[in-house]
Design a binder for this molecule. Structure first.
Ligand code: G3P
Ligand code: CA
Length: 315
Protein backbone atom coordinates (compact mmCIF):
# COMPACT_ATOMS: atom_id res chain seq x y z
CA UNK A 1 0.00 0.00 0.00
CA UNK A 2 2.74 2.39 1.02
CA UNK A 3 4.84 1.39 -1.97
CA UNK A 4 1.86 1.85 -4.26
CA UNK A 5 1.09 5.31 -2.84
CA UNK A 6 4.75 6.32 -3.28
CA UNK A 7 4.73 5.18 -6.91
CA UNK A 8 1.54 7.14 -7.54
CA UNK A 9 3.05 10.24 -5.99
CA UNK A 10 6.23 9.82 -7.99
CA UNK A 11 4.22 9.41 -11.22
CA UNK A 12 2.16 12.52 -10.40
CA UNK A 13 5.27 14.60 -9.75
CA UNK A 14 6.96 13.44 -12.94
CA UNK A 15 3.80 13.90 -14.99
CA UNK A 16 3.47 17.47 -13.79
CA UNK A 17 7.15 18.00 -14.50
CA UNK A 18 6.84 16.70 -18.07
CA UNK A 19 3.64 18.68 -18.67
CA UNK A 20 5.44 21.74 -17.41
CA UNK A 21 8.24 21.09 -19.83
CA UNK A 22 5.72 20.82 -22.70
CA UNK A 23 4.16 24.12 -21.77
CA UNK A 24 7.57 25.73 -21.61
CA UNK A 25 8.62 24.24 -24.95
CA UNK A 26 5.42 25.55 -26.59
CA UNK A 27 5.88 28.94 -25.00
CA UNK A 28 9.49 28.95 -26.18
CA UNK A 29 8.32 28.60 -29.79
CA UNK A 30 6.37 31.86 -29.60
CA UNK A 31 9.21 33.87 -28.16
CA UNK A 32 12.92 34.13 -28.54
CA UNK A 33 13.45 32.80 -25.01
CA UNK A 34 15.91 29.92 -24.80
CA UNK A 35 14.38 26.45 -24.81
CA UNK A 36 14.12 24.91 -21.34
CA UNK A 37 15.92 21.63 -20.79
CA UNK A 38 13.59 18.68 -20.24
CA UNK A 39 13.50 16.94 -16.91
CA UNK A 40 16.38 14.56 -16.39
CA UNK A 41 14.06 12.07 -14.67
CA UNK A 42 12.84 9.50 -17.14
CA UNK A 43 10.53 6.59 -16.55
CA UNK A 44 9.92 4.04 -19.29
CA UNK A 45 6.15 4.16 -18.80
CA UNK A 46 5.78 7.96 -18.98
CA UNK A 47 5.28 9.92 -22.18
CA UNK A 48 7.93 12.54 -22.85
CA UNK A 49 7.58 15.91 -24.58
CA UNK A 50 8.30 15.62 -28.28
CA UNK A 51 9.70 18.92 -29.61
CA UNK A 52 9.38 17.72 -33.19
CA UNK A 53 5.57 17.64 -32.81
CA UNK A 54 5.48 21.42 -32.34
CA UNK A 55 4.89 23.14 -35.73
CA UNK A 56 7.62 25.48 -36.81
CA UNK A 57 6.12 28.97 -37.18
CA UNK A 58 6.54 30.65 -40.56
CA UNK A 59 8.60 33.73 -39.92
CA UNK A 60 9.22 34.85 -43.51
CA UNK A 61 7.21 37.85 -44.66
CA UNK A 62 6.93 39.67 -47.97
CA UNK A 63 5.73 43.21 -47.23
CA UNK A 64 7.05 44.44 -50.59
CA UNK A 65 4.46 42.43 -52.56
CA UNK A 66 1.38 44.44 -53.56
CA UNK A 67 -2.02 43.25 -52.29
CA UNK A 68 -4.82 43.55 -54.84
CA UNK A 69 -8.48 43.11 -53.85
CA UNK A 70 -10.07 41.14 -56.71
CA UNK A 71 -13.35 42.84 -57.72
CA UNK A 72 -12.98 44.73 -54.44
CA UNK A 73 -12.54 41.48 -52.49
CA UNK A 74 -15.26 39.13 -53.67
CA UNK A 75 -15.08 36.82 -50.65
CA UNK A 76 -15.72 39.62 -48.19
CA UNK A 77 -18.29 41.86 -49.93
CA UNK A 78 -20.49 41.90 -53.05
CA UNK A 79 -18.05 42.06 -55.97
CA UNK A 80 -17.53 45.27 -57.91
CA UNK A 81 -19.68 47.40 -55.59
CA UNK A 82 -18.83 50.63 -53.79
CA UNK A 83 -19.26 48.69 -50.53
CA UNK A 84 -16.63 46.19 -51.61
CA UNK A 85 -14.14 48.88 -52.59
CA UNK A 86 -14.74 50.77 -49.33
CA UNK A 87 -14.23 47.53 -47.43
CA UNK A 88 -10.94 46.89 -49.25
CA UNK A 89 -9.76 50.39 -48.38
CA UNK A 90 -10.59 49.81 -44.72
CA UNK A 91 -8.55 46.58 -44.81
CA UNK A 92 -5.64 48.58 -46.18
CA UNK A 93 -4.94 46.96 -49.55
CA UNK A 94 -2.43 48.43 -51.98
CA UNK A 95 -4.83 48.17 -54.91
CA UNK A 96 -8.37 47.21 -55.80
CA UNK A 97 -9.32 45.56 -59.07
CA UNK A 98 -12.53 46.23 -61.01
CA UNK A 99 -14.07 45.25 -64.35
CA UNK A 100 -15.64 47.66 -66.85
CA UNK A 101 -18.17 47.44 -69.69
CA UNK A 102 -20.07 50.05 -71.71
CA UNK A 103 -23.82 50.60 -71.33
CA UNK A 104 -26.11 51.22 -74.30
CA UNK A 105 -25.68 54.97 -73.81
CA UNK A 106 -21.88 54.66 -73.65
CA UNK A 107 -21.29 54.93 -69.88
CA UNK A 108 -18.51 53.00 -68.13
CA UNK A 109 -20.21 50.44 -65.90
CA UNK A 110 -18.37 48.42 -63.24
CA UNK A 111 -19.41 44.77 -63.26
CA UNK A 112 -17.68 41.49 -64.03
CA UNK A 113 -20.17 39.67 -66.26
CA UNK A 114 -21.55 41.27 -69.43
CA UNK A 115 -25.03 40.23 -68.33
CA UNK A 116 -26.84 41.04 -65.11
CA UNK A 117 -28.16 37.70 -63.94
CA UNK A 118 -25.42 36.31 -61.70
CA UNK A 119 -24.86 39.32 -59.44
CA UNK A 120 -27.93 41.58 -59.67
CA UNK A 121 -31.72 41.41 -59.48
CA UNK A 122 -31.94 42.33 -63.17
CA UNK A 123 -31.73 40.47 -66.45
CA UNK A 124 -30.21 41.26 -69.83
CA UNK A 125 -26.90 42.59 -71.08
CA UNK A 126 -25.19 45.77 -69.95
CA UNK A 127 -24.77 46.91 -73.57
CA UNK A 128 -28.55 46.69 -74.07
CA UNK A 129 -29.41 48.98 -71.15
CA UNK A 130 -29.01 52.66 -70.42
CA UNK A 131 -27.25 53.75 -67.26
CA UNK A 132 -30.53 55.01 -65.78
CA UNK A 133 -31.98 51.48 -66.01
CA UNK A 134 -28.85 49.88 -64.53
CA UNK A 135 -28.77 52.39 -61.69
CA UNK A 136 -32.04 50.99 -60.31
CA UNK A 137 -30.63 47.47 -59.83
CA UNK A 138 -29.17 45.93 -56.69
CA UNK A 139 -25.60 44.73 -57.33
CA UNK A 140 -25.58 42.94 -53.96
CA UNK A 141 -28.74 40.93 -54.65
CA UNK A 142 -26.96 37.57 -54.99
CA UNK A 143 -24.33 38.02 -52.31
CA UNK A 144 -24.71 35.50 -49.47
CA UNK A 145 -28.49 35.23 -49.78
CA UNK A 146 -28.87 39.02 -49.97
CA UNK A 147 -27.63 39.62 -46.41
CA UNK A 148 -25.77 42.75 -47.57
CA UNK A 149 -27.51 46.14 -47.92
CA UNK A 150 -28.58 47.28 -51.37
CA UNK A 151 -25.67 48.38 -53.57
CA UNK A 152 -26.17 50.33 -56.80
CA UNK A 153 -24.37 49.23 -59.95
CA UNK A 154 -21.45 51.68 -59.93
CA UNK A 155 -19.95 53.64 -62.78
CA UNK A 156 -16.18 53.76 -63.16
CA UNK A 157 -16.32 57.44 -62.22
CA UNK A 158 -17.98 56.63 -58.90
CA UNK A 159 -15.39 53.97 -58.13
CA UNK A 160 -12.51 56.30 -59.02
CA UNK A 161 -14.00 59.05 -56.82
CA UNK A 162 -14.24 56.58 -53.94
CA UNK A 163 -10.68 55.23 -54.14
CA UNK A 164 -8.91 58.46 -55.08
CA UNK A 165 -6.18 59.29 -52.57
CA UNK A 166 -6.83 56.07 -50.65
CA UNK A 167 -5.62 53.21 -52.82
CA UNK A 168 -4.50 52.40 -56.36
CA UNK A 169 -6.70 50.58 -58.83
CA UNK A 170 -6.47 48.02 -61.62
CA UNK A 171 -9.16 48.62 -64.24
CA UNK A 172 -9.90 45.56 -66.37
CA UNK A 173 -11.42 46.36 -69.75
CA UNK A 174 -13.69 43.44 -70.50
CA UNK A 175 -13.84 41.99 -73.99
CA UNK A 176 -16.26 39.11 -74.48
CA UNK A 177 -15.53 36.87 -77.45
CA UNK A 178 -19.22 36.61 -78.37
CA UNK A 179 -19.77 40.38 -78.12
CA UNK A 180 -16.50 41.78 -79.42
CA UNK A 181 -14.83 44.99 -78.22
CA UNK A 182 -16.78 47.99 -76.96
CA UNK A 183 -15.96 50.73 -79.46
CA UNK A 184 -13.97 53.53 -77.86
CA UNK A 185 -13.86 52.06 -74.35
CA UNK A 186 -10.08 52.53 -74.02
CA UNK A 187 -10.32 56.30 -74.59
CA UNK A 188 -13.27 56.58 -72.19
CA UNK A 189 -11.31 54.85 -69.43
CA UNK A 190 -8.28 57.03 -70.10
CA UNK A 191 -10.46 60.16 -69.99
CA UNK A 192 -12.15 59.15 -66.71
CA UNK A 193 -8.79 58.57 -65.05
CA UNK A 194 -7.06 61.62 -66.53
CA UNK A 195 -9.93 63.94 -65.54
CA UNK A 196 -9.26 63.00 -61.91
CA UNK A 197 -5.47 63.26 -62.14
CA UNK A 198 -5.11 59.58 -61.26
CA UNK A 199 -2.85 58.30 -64.06
CA UNK A 200 -0.11 57.25 -61.62
CA UNK A 201 -2.61 55.36 -59.46
CA UNK A 202 -3.99 53.17 -62.22
CA UNK A 203 -3.02 50.01 -64.12
CA UNK A 204 -5.26 49.20 -67.09
CA UNK A 205 -5.47 45.46 -67.68
CA UNK A 206 -7.13 43.09 -70.15
CA UNK A 207 -7.07 39.56 -71.52
CA UNK A 208 -7.44 41.18 -74.95
CA UNK A 209 -3.95 42.13 -76.13
CA UNK A 210 -5.05 44.61 -78.84
CA UNK A 211 -6.95 46.51 -76.10
CA UNK A 212 -3.75 46.75 -74.02
CA UNK A 213 -1.76 47.87 -77.04
CA UNK A 214 -4.41 50.49 -77.84
CA UNK A 215 -4.22 52.00 -74.34
CA UNK A 216 -0.43 52.42 -74.62
CA UNK A 217 -0.83 53.90 -78.10
CA UNK A 218 -3.46 56.39 -76.93
CA UNK A 219 -1.54 57.43 -73.81
CA UNK A 220 1.90 55.92 -73.09
CA UNK A 221 1.81 57.34 -69.55
CA UNK A 222 -0.58 54.58 -68.50
CA UNK A 223 0.76 51.40 -66.92
CA UNK A 224 -0.83 48.29 -68.40
CA UNK A 225 -1.08 44.60 -67.62
CA UNK A 226 -1.54 41.65 -69.98
CA UNK A 227 -3.82 39.04 -68.40
CA UNK A 228 -3.32 35.39 -69.27
CA UNK A 229 -5.71 32.56 -68.51
CA UNK A 230 -4.71 28.97 -67.79
CA UNK A 231 -5.71 28.10 -71.36
CA UNK A 232 -3.49 30.88 -72.78
CA UNK A 233 -0.55 29.69 -70.72
CA UNK A 234 -0.98 26.02 -71.51
CA UNK A 235 -1.13 26.80 -75.23
CA UNK A 236 2.13 28.72 -74.96
CA UNK A 237 3.95 26.27 -72.73
CA UNK A 238 5.74 24.65 -75.66
CA UNK A 239 7.70 27.85 -76.32
CA UNK A 240 10.73 28.86 -74.24
CA UNK A 241 9.65 31.31 -71.55
CA UNK A 242 11.93 34.13 -72.67
CA UNK A 243 10.49 33.85 -76.18
CA UNK A 244 6.95 33.90 -74.78
CA UNK A 245 7.69 37.02 -72.74
CA UNK A 246 9.18 38.65 -75.83
CA UNK A 247 6.01 37.91 -77.80
CA UNK A 248 3.85 39.49 -75.12
CA UNK A 249 6.00 42.61 -75.11
CA UNK A 250 5.80 42.83 -78.90
CA UNK A 251 2.02 42.43 -78.88
CA UNK A 252 1.11 44.61 -75.91
CA UNK A 253 4.01 46.79 -74.74
CA UNK A 254 2.63 46.02 -71.26
CA UNK A 255 4.33 46.76 -67.95
CA UNK A 256 2.85 43.78 -66.11
CA UNK A 257 2.47 40.16 -67.11
CA UNK A 258 -0.55 38.87 -65.23
CA UNK A 259 -1.08 35.12 -65.48
CA UNK A 260 -3.49 32.90 -63.63
CA UNK A 261 -1.69 31.50 -60.60
CA UNK A 262 -3.02 28.07 -61.57
CA UNK A 263 -0.70 27.93 -64.56
CA UNK A 264 2.18 30.28 -63.78
CA UNK A 265 5.67 28.88 -63.20
CA UNK A 266 8.71 30.24 -61.45
CA UNK A 267 10.53 30.12 -64.80
CA UNK A 268 7.97 32.45 -66.40
CA UNK A 269 8.35 34.83 -63.46
CA UNK A 270 12.13 34.82 -63.87
CA UNK A 271 11.85 35.38 -67.62
CA UNK A 272 9.48 38.33 -67.11
CA UNK A 273 11.75 39.92 -64.51
CA UNK A 274 14.78 39.43 -66.75
CA UNK A 275 13.02 41.60 -69.37
CA UNK A 276 12.13 44.23 -66.77
CA UNK A 277 8.42 43.41 -66.52
CA UNK A 278 6.46 43.18 -63.30
CA UNK A 279 4.58 40.02 -62.45
CA UNK A 280 1.05 39.99 -60.99
CA UNK A 281 -0.86 36.76 -60.36
CA UNK A 282 -4.56 36.04 -59.77
CA UNK A 283 -6.77 34.86 -58.12
CA UNK A 284 -4.94 33.49 -55.09
CA UNK A 285 -7.20 32.57 -52.19
CA UNK A 286 -5.35 30.07 -49.97
CA UNK A 287 -2.44 30.73 -47.63
CA UNK A 288 -0.37 27.93 -49.17
CA UNK A 289 -0.69 29.31 -52.70
CA UNK A 290 -0.06 32.86 -51.47
CA UNK A 291 3.22 31.70 -49.91
CA UNK A 292 4.22 29.78 -53.04
CA UNK A 293 3.66 32.84 -55.22
CA UNK A 294 5.56 35.01 -52.74
CA UNK A 295 8.48 32.60 -52.65
CA UNK A 296 8.59 32.64 -56.44
CA UNK A 297 9.03 36.41 -56.30
CA UNK A 298 5.86 37.87 -57.81
CA UNK A 299 5.31 41.62 -57.52
CA UNK A 300 1.55 41.61 -56.90
CA UNK A 301 -1.03 39.09 -55.74
CA UNK A 302 -4.73 39.45 -56.53
CA UNK A 303 -7.11 37.81 -54.06
CA UNK A 304 -10.73 37.58 -52.99
CA UNK A 305 -9.57 37.55 -49.35
CA UNK A 306 -7.35 40.55 -48.65
CA UNK A 307 -7.37 39.94 -44.89
CA UNK A 308 -5.75 36.53 -45.34
CA UNK A 309 -3.28 37.85 -47.92
CA UNK A 310 -2.13 40.63 -45.62
CA UNK A 311 -1.60 38.12 -42.83
CA UNK A 312 0.41 35.79 -45.05
CA UNK A 313 2.59 38.58 -46.46
CA UNK A 314 3.06 40.15 -43.02
CA UNK A 315 1.70 43.55 -44.05
O1 G3P B 1 -7.14 40.35 -61.95
C1 G3P B 1 -7.40 39.49 -62.98
C2 G3P B 1 -8.72 38.87 -62.89
O2 G3P B 1 -9.65 39.81 -62.50
C3 G3P B 1 -9.11 38.24 -64.15
O3 G3P B 1 -10.16 37.39 -64.02
O4 G3P B 1 -12.43 36.77 -64.61
O5 G3P B 1 -11.98 37.76 -62.42
O6 G3P B 1 -11.92 39.15 -64.41
P1 G3P B 1 -11.69 37.81 -63.86
CA1 CA C 1 -11.23 41.16 -63.45
Amino acid sequence: MRLSRNRSSLRLVIALSVLGAEVLVLAGCRTTAPQPTATSVALPDMPTAAPTSVPTPTTQTWPEILTVAHRGGAALAPENTLGAFANAISIGVDMVECDVHLSKDGELVVMHDPDLTRTTDGRGFIYQMNLSELAGLNAAAKFRAAAWPVEPVPTLGQVLDLVQGKTSIQIEIKVEKFLGRYTGIEQKVIDAVTARGMVDDVVIISFDFPTIAEVKKLDPRFKTGALMSTVDLNQSSKNPYDQYVEEIIQQTNADYIMPSSAAVSDLLIKAAHARGLKMGVWTVNTAGEMRRMAEWGVDAITTNDSVLLKQVLGK
